[in-house]
Ligand binder design. Structure first.
Ligand code: 5GP
Length: 202
């Protein structure tokens, strides 16, 4: 039998001492993603976008957003890894998985989970712009307040949040917490070595 209710709070990590305050609730995420979808539907009428998701963090946002856009969108994914500590990017980005599609002549919309310093996004934008898309814009679900040293130039943004480290709705710590249906602050130590200790790795 299919249970009508979702996972229990305990299974989702609520009660986990490392999951702190809810920063964006499940209801607010749903409402805002629907609004962004409606806006993108209106803006891209007659020129359906190619949504480029940045793995893995943007996977839930991208799949919800794509279903809120009433246009025949295309999807592609790339994975990048940035050098730096577990919680700080250095601006040096390596493409771990590249796109399958050719961007020439396409209306590309980069779908990002979170913008912190903006360095990852600025690298991605430069990299994709060099592939001759017809247009290139960015939708970011979360933008941390006041931390960016670069001009972000976001066409769409979901929420401005305080500059705390957060998890949920795709965002992880060492691959955990991605399936929380809300965004919450993370209370544990976030340095790579500390994380290994926190999660019980040798
Ligand atoms: P930026 O280059 O803007 O400093 O960092 C962007 C990337 O760092 C994001 O795509 C994400 O992978 C990671 N990141 C930044 N802030 C957070 C956060 O609060 N939580 C998690 N889980 N990842 C973050």
């Amino acid at each position: 039998m299919i249970e009508p209710d979702g996972p229990t709070a305990g299974e989702l990590g609520v009660g986990d001492p490392h999951v702190g305050d809810v920063v964006v609730s499940e209801q607010d995420l749903k409402r805002r993603v629907r609004e962004l979808g409606a806006q993108i539907t209106a803006d891209y009428a007659g020129r359906p976008p190619l949504l480029v998701g940045v793995l893995k963090g943007a996977c839930f946002f991208l799949s919800d957003l794509a279903r809120s856009i009433r246009l025949p969108v295309e999807l592609d994914f790339m994975a990048v890894s940035s050098y730096g500590s577990a919680t700080r990017t250095s601006g040096v980005v390596r493409i771990v998985k590249d796109l399958d599609l050719d961007l020439t002549g396409r209306h590309v919309l980069i779908v990002e989970d979170i913008v912190d310093s903006g360095l990852t996004l600025s690298y991605l934008r430069r990299n994709l712009a060099a592939r001759h898309p017809s247009s290139l814009e960015v939708v970011a679900l979360l933008v941390k307040d006041g931390l960016q040293s670069v001009d972000l130039d976001l066409a769409y943004e979901g929420f401005r949040i305080p500059p705390d480290f957060v998890v949920g709705y795709g965002l992880d710590v060492a691959e955990r917490y991605r399936n929380l249906p809300f965004i919450a602050t993370y209370r544990g130590e976030t340095g790579r070595n500390d994380l290994r200790a926190t999660l019980g790795h040798p």
